[in-house]
Design a protein around this ligand. Structure first.
Ligand code: FE2
Length: 313
């Protein structure tokens, strides 16, 4: 495997958070340790298992032909549709046999440096709770459906699994340069909202933010509004993103090997020295160096986006 210049670091120990690095102020619950892992996965009620089943069924109506083949294969390999919220221990054993990854339950969003540490050790932290019927369509915090259904199938792909580990390792360096925001943008536009060109004119979603909800799957792959631009790591890390609405721009990869190569071969030391603390490009911008697959009309955004009644077209 290619390696970044962070080889001298010991990834088995929790990294120190430099004093000048800002991360979201999260209150660690008293019952979890510094690793933020829950002692046990939650026991779900039958009503909660039914929520999982309904969410699963809703996604399966829209994903075939729109989700990446690697994602669909991962769902199958782990048999995530067998009914009810998957049991993390059994799922981790199957996943571990495929790519050496495991899934660990965490109570909520966890601090960045803890998140990077888990990824660098091939552990994926997944939210323990599941949304309610009242928040069935939209939740702000990632729940077990988003984390397990959206993220875990992709971890069965060996190259993508390596990319996720490299991303975790890259976190160490981003902290040293106080550029977590830039690295967060790369995660956003790949792991959460990435598209892959599987064949000419056949774009599929591999990002968990797209795959775990019904609207964005169609919007990201078929709508006229959003831009679709070939991924360039430097450009993406300078680009702002929107958390609570459909994305004005999606970035497209040729293959997971290409994504892996673009990331591990990039000299992040040099990039972080040259990148400004604030984002350079708006999330709807198209710039002259872009390799544009589809220039969006941005009609959805221009009509006011979420809450305005604008159609996601
Ligand atoms: Fe996520």
């Amino acid at each position: 495997m290619a390696t970044t210049a962070t080889d001298t670091l010991d990834y088995s120990v929790l990294p120190d958070l430099p004093a000048d690095v800002f991360t979201a102020p999260l209150q660690k619950p008293a019952h979890v340790g510094d690793d933020w892992i829950e002692p046990e996965q939650k026991q779900y009620s039958s009503a909660e298992d039914a929520i999982w089943n309904d969410l699963f069924g809703r996604q399966m109506d829209v994903l075939p032909g729109r989700a990446a083949s690697a994602f669909m294969a991962g769902l199958e390999k782990l048999d995530l549709g067998r009914g009810g919220v998957p049991e993390f221990k059994a799922m981790s054993e199957e996943l571990n046999a495929l790519t050496g990854w495991s899934v660990v339950p965490v109570p909520m969003l966890i601090p960045d440096h803890v998140f990077f540490w888990h990824l660098a050790n091939r552990r994926f932290p997944a939210g323990n709770f599941i949304r309610t019927r009242e928040t069935f369509d939209y939740i702000q915090e990632p729940d077990v459906f988003h984390d397990v259904f959206g993220h875990v199938p992709m971890l069965t792909d060996p190259v993508f699994a390596d990319y996720m580990q490299e991303y975790g390792r890259a976190g160490w360096k981003a902290m040293r340069y106080n550029r977590l925001k830039a690295l967060g943008s790369l995660y956003w536009y790949t792991v959460e909202f990435g598209l892959i060109e599987e064949a000419p004119n056949d774009l599929r979603a591999y990002g968990a933010g797209i795959l775990s909800g019904p609207t964005e799957v169609v919007f990201a792959t078929e709508a006229q509004s959003p831009n679709r631009i070939m991924l360039n790591v430097d450009r993406v890390m300078r680009t702002d993103y929107v958390i609570s609405d459909l994305q004005p721009t999606y970035f497209v990869i040729e293959s997971f090997s290409d994504l892996y190569r673009q990331t591990v071969e990039r000299d992040f030391d040099r990039l972080y020295r040259n990148i400004s603390p604030a984002f350079t490009y708006a999330n709807s911008a198209v710039i002259d160096v872009d390799n544009v697959v589809h220039r969006g009309t941005q009609e959805y955004l221009l009509r006011g986006g979420r809450g305005s009644g604008a159609q996601p077209i």
